[in-house]
Design a protein around this ligand. Structure first.
Ligand SMILES: [Ca+2]
Ligand SMILES: [Ca+2]
Length: 192
């Protein structure tokens, strides 16, 4: 498990007790990261394909990558994109074996697709996504075609956009949700 709070990374090892399917986390270990300003979002992945898990963070400086040392540490952040984003999702969106980033611009100012080149650098392109009334977002292969799709929880319901295979997404299909599943912007459950 990993979480970034301010410029501090909290790591905790997970273990499974015998016969138990719920992981047990050890005491968190704190790493001070050289990140200036507020961290808006973070995601993990091997962005330079060296077999070591790296950390991507978005802050007022843009998107930075902290390359994993493989021994629990990270390099100083390297700003690889100057786009200021408040949401960061990771998956190989175009199926080339290199991790890509999908990010929402600051305060909902559009979405960006950052295609990874496998050495920690990214090419950026703006993409159109209807993310109005957004509460939460996730990437997952929802139709079992091997391509990560985009699922958005909005106040209108579950909005699913299928990946075309090149990192772009088709038109959204909205599924209604039980009112009990709706949550407000602060995470609170809305009244039915
Ligand atoms: Ca790596
Ligand atoms: Ca890719």
């Amino acid at each position: 498990m990993a979480a970034v709070l301010g410029g501090v990374l909290l790591l905790s090892n997970a273990a499974w007790a015998a016969g138990c399917s719920i992981p047990i986390f050890g005491q968190p270990r704190q790493l001070n990261l050289d990140i200036v300003g507020t961290v808006y979002g973070a995601a993990i992945g091997d962005f330079n394909n060296d077999g070591r898990t790296d950390l991507a963070v978005t802050s007022p400086a843009g998107i930075g990558i902290l390359f994993g040392t493989g021994q629990g540490g990270f390099s100083a952040p390297q700003t690889v994109l100057t786009n200021v984003c408040d949401t960061l999702l990771v998956a190989d969106l175009n199926g080339d074996g290199k991790l890509d980033l999908l990010a929402r611009g600051e305060s909902g100012s559009g979405w960006w697709l950052f295609l990874g080149n496998g050495n920690g650098a990214f090419a950026s392109q703006a993409i159109a996504l209807d993310t109005s009334y957004l509460i939460a977002e996730a990437l997952s292969d929802l139709n079992h075609d091997g391509k990560p799709d985009l699922a958005l929880i909005t106040t209108d319901g579950l909005r699913v956009s299928l990946n075309r295979g090149d990192g772009s997404f088709g038109p959204a299909v909205t599924y209604s949700l039980s009112p009990g599943l709706h949550r407000g912007p602060g995470g609170q459950r809305l009244q039915q």
